[in-house]
Design a binder for this molecule. Structure first.
Ligand SMILES: [Zn+2]
Length: 305
């Protein structure tokens, strides 16, 4: 029956039919292969399979293994669909490090270079509070009461942010998660989205280095320009280079305040650093170097992910 159908379907492959007997004769040499071919032939119509298989065999016999044909690029429409498949690996990065270590600067630079959104929970809080969204109002309650914002609220803000269209290729978290609890909640969100953290980049510098960096900062009262008594001093001590205004040390930048923030950070985030280390996600980056040098090291780390 199959024989009758084939010629009816198309007259053109008449040439192909003539070729068929030849390869068949070759397959007769290898019994197991022939058996396999037979099984394969059972379901689909003979024509195509019979013609293809022996051709491949002939190639292997001559010891010249044919490489599979190069994949043709898909037509544009198909490509869009393919990108949504989970096979596309999103780059989800977490930037960790004590306050003042410079991770925010690096996160912003990398986000720009990779065209990924730079997500800082501080920015999200400010934005939601300003727009007085339900989440923003909830967060405000805690902040006004001088309490820590619960993890559900913080992670809720993040989940809301991830729903925007710019998160399709991945995203960079700056200063989030801050605690193991937040990371656990984040894990649930990412799992729902079929995503996972690719790496946690930990920017490390001794406390003394950070204290020196921050406590040496001076801000201009008139124009807000920032200088540093040691690393970027003004031409005249206490006078802004740009506008001549008086420079001062912000109260947040005082050495004792910085030390206290560093202690708090170590207590909250230390366990999270260990958690990422045990999961094999931690990548430590020496943050005592200059901005460009740190960026080069970080880029190399990310490229290897
Ligand atoms: Zn100034």
């Amino acid at each position: 029956m199959a024989k009758k159908k084939a010629p009816k379907r198309a007259r053109k492959p008449a040439g192909k039919q003539r070729k068929r007997p030849q390869p068949k004769a070759r397959t007769a040499k290898s019994k197991p292969r022939r058996a396999a071919a037979k099984i394969a032939r059972k379901t689909p119509p003979r024509t195509k399979r019979a013609a293809k298989k022996p051709a491949r065999k002939a190639a292997t016999k001559g010891k010249r293994v044919l490489k599979p044909a190069p994949r043709k690029t898909l037509p544009p429409a198909t490509r869009v669909i393919a990108q949504r498949e989970p096979a596309v690996k999103k780059l989800v990065l977490v930037f960790l490090g004590p306050p003042g270590v410079g991770k925010g600067t690096q996160a912003a630079k990398l986000a720009q270079a990779l065209k990924l959104p730079h997500i800082s929970t501080g920015d999200l809080f400010r934005d939601h509070m300003k727009r007085e969204t339900p989440l923003g109002l909830k967060a405000k309650e805690f902040v006004n009461a001088g309490k820590l914002v619960p993890d559900e609220v913080t992670v809720g803000l993040v989940e809301d942010r991830l729903q925007r269209g710019d998160c399709g290729q991945g995203f960079i978290f700056d200063g989030f998660p801050r605690t193991v609890g937040q990371d656990v909640e984040l894990g649930k969100v990412l799992q729902r989205r079929g995503e996972q953290i690719a790496a946690a980049l930990y920017f490390a510098a001794p406390d003394a280095v950070i204290v020196e960096r921050i406590s040496g900062r001076r801000t201009c009262r008139q124009c807000g320009a920032i200088s540093h008594v040691k690393f970027n001093p003004t031409r005249v001590e206490g006078k802004c280079d740009l506008c001549g205004g008086e420079t001062y040390q912000r109260s947040d930048d005082a050495a004792d305040k910085v030390s206290k923030r560093l202690e708090e950070y170590a207590a909250n985030t230390g366990p999270l650093v260990e958690r990422y280390r045990s999961q094999g996600l931690l990548r430590e980056i020496d943050a005592t170097k200059g901005v460009d040098e740190i960026f080069a090291v970080m880029s190399a780390v990310v490229t290897r992910l």
